[in-house]
Design a protein around this ligand. Structure first.
Ligand SMILES: [Zn+2]
Length: 118
């Protein structure tokens, strides 16, 4: 059985409410600490996205601006953000759609190549 981190954090809120846990008590602080660990795990599991911004790639979580000479982060075998260390779960950029007459910009999302080990 697998639960989302949001479900687990909701359970902690429920437990606090059901047990009428006093805000600021030692047990309340411990439950808050558990909730924070669960939140951090959720962030690690979810990872970050690298979004192209002109000549930089920006991490969605820590805001690192990373410049590459050529290609995208996956082309350059990047699997983690160099600053926050989260797994790069996707990259986003816009490109011109040359198949259309008015050549609109289209957003593209690329996920890590299969078999890539984070
Ligand atoms: Zn980052």
């Amino acid at each position: 059985m697998s639960y989302t981190t949001e479900e687990l954090r909701g359970d902690i809120v429920f437990i606090k409410d059901a047990m009428k846990i006093d805000g600021g008590s030692e047990f309340d602080k411990r439950l808050d600490a558990i909730s924070e660990i669960i939140r951090e795990k959720g962030k690690r599991d979810e990872g970050c996205e690298f979004v192209e911004d002109e000549e930089y790639w920006e991490c969605s979580e820590c805001g690192l601006m990373w410049s590459l000479n050529d290609g995208n982060p996956f082309d350059n075998e990047m699997r983690h953000c160099p600053k926050c260390g989260l797994i790069i779960s996707a990259i986003r950029f816009t490109e011109t759609d040359y198949t259309q007459d008015d050549m609109p910009k289209v957003e593209r999302i690329i996920y890590p190549p299969k078999g890539a080990t984070p």
